[in-house]
Write a protein that binds this ligand. Structure first.
Ligand SMILES: [Zn+2]
Length: 382
């Protein structure tokens, strides 16, 4: 995994936005020495060829597209109707654990917050149905009403003409820049438009929750919920699929009719997780899906750690520090042989295998910490 990705040589002096680790055909992991694909290796060992999850490291320098991923039923239909655009028949719930301070957008904001901003931004309000939409938002008492009101606002926005969107964006920029006070949504709007002038997705600043999480915090993106990454580095895990329906902040094709139909329009707050402590070194993040969970482990330099046997296929990915890894067989407390761990190392761990980890004393000159930091992907163990 160090120098090869999908057969291409990686240039360590160039920035990369994403690293994919898994068996998805768009970015299959290859074995370090044989360069055989992980899927072929699994089949040769009598295992299923596909991991149920896909693990990624993302480095987000500027805002990425607003998107949503279909649930299983919709994914099956989209794939059979249009296999070129929707390559997988699987759903794609996602979870991201922040490695640095991290910013994103996820789920629709509470109706009261959307309403408060729309009352100030009349150009946007006019674009999304004017007074009728504002009344529907302010009169919505049940969750059904709130969803219906948000649905009208969002579908009006997405079906507005390019010219109407462009003039509303221009007018909103002027309104925000000359306003006596700016909301957080206003600031985010100005940021988005500096990257994506003319893009309808800039208005998502007023409709979606702006999430800011610290290293070690995570958020979960359920099927059919809009989301976007804005800034920072994270470890991302998802069900093995590459189905994306884009909503904005992108020059790519937007399947507006599918998007408008698929979203839940719930204004539930996004699910921010701090993880559950497993032991002195590890914290586990368990989303409400069966395909995956992530465990973050920090082993202090100079000490050892045992990873207890987990069911299903596992992957270990090192983020920081140096050390060694080995398999513990039977009752043994030490492995018969060890392999090196360093940032970027990725190891596949077979079902029900105990693993020995040793964190080195020595610290690389440019490392921020001498401790060994790694993430482990498994299927949900609940
Ligand atoms: Zn996504």
């Amino acid at each position: 995994m160090h120098a090869y990705s999908a057969g291409a040589v990686v240039d360590p002096t160039r920035p990369y936005a994403e690293i994919w680790i898994g068996t998805h055909p768009s970015g299959p992991a290859l074995l370090r020495h044989s360069h055989a694909s992980l899927a072929d290796f699994l089949v040769a060992g009598g295992e299923q060829p596909n991991l149920p999850y896909l693990l990624k490291i993302l480095s987000v320098a500027s805002p990425l597209s607003i998107q949503a991923h279909p649930d299983k039923q919709l994914a099956e239909r989209l794939h059979s109707d249009n296999p070129h655009a929707y390559k997988d028949d699987n759903h794609k719930p996602e979870m991201s654990v922040a490695l640095t301070d991290f910013e994103g957008m996820c789920n629709f904001r509470p109706v009261a917050d959307i309403l408060a901003d729309l009352e100030l931004r009349s150009e946007l309000a006019a674009l999304v149905g004017g007074k009728a939409s504002l009344d529907a938002l302010s009169n919505s008492s049940s969750s059904e009403d709130r969803r219906a009101a948000i649905h009208v606002v969002f579908s009006s926005l997405m079906s507005a003409s390019k010219e109407a969107v462009a003039s509303a964006l221009d007018a909103t920029v002027i309104a925000v820049k000359t306003a006596s006070e700016r909301s957080d949504a206003d600031d985010l709007f100005l940021r988005l438009i500096s990257y994506y002038p003319g893009d309808v997705g800039c208005f998502a600043a007023y409709l979606l929750n702006h999430i800011r999480i610290s290293p070690g915090q995570a958020f979960f993106m359920a099927a059919n919920e809009p989301h976007a990454y804005l800034k920072g580095q994270c470890v991302e895990i998802m069900a093995c699929s590459d189905n994306v329906v884009r909503a904005g902040l992108t020059p790519k094709f937007k399947d507006v009719s599918t998007l408008v139909k698929m979203l839940t329009y719930k204004d539930d707050p996004p699910k921010i997780m701090s993880g559950e402590k497993v032991d002195g070194c590890s914290v586990v993040y368990k989303p409400p899906v069966e395909e995956f969970q992530l465990t973050k482990t920090v082993v202090p330099s100079g000490s050892t750690y045992e990873i207890t046997a987990a069911k299903g296929p596992g992957m270990i990915m090192v983020i920081g520090g140096q050390g060694w890894i080995g398999v513990l067989s039977g009752e043994r407390q030490k492995p018969e042989s060890r392999l090196p761990l360093q940032p970027g190392s990725v190891y596949y761990v077979a079902d029900s295998t105990r693993i020995y980890i040793e964190a080195d004393h020595a610290m690389a000159a440019d490392a921020p910490s001498p401790d060994l930091l790694f993430f482990r992907a498994n299927i949900n163990q609940d």
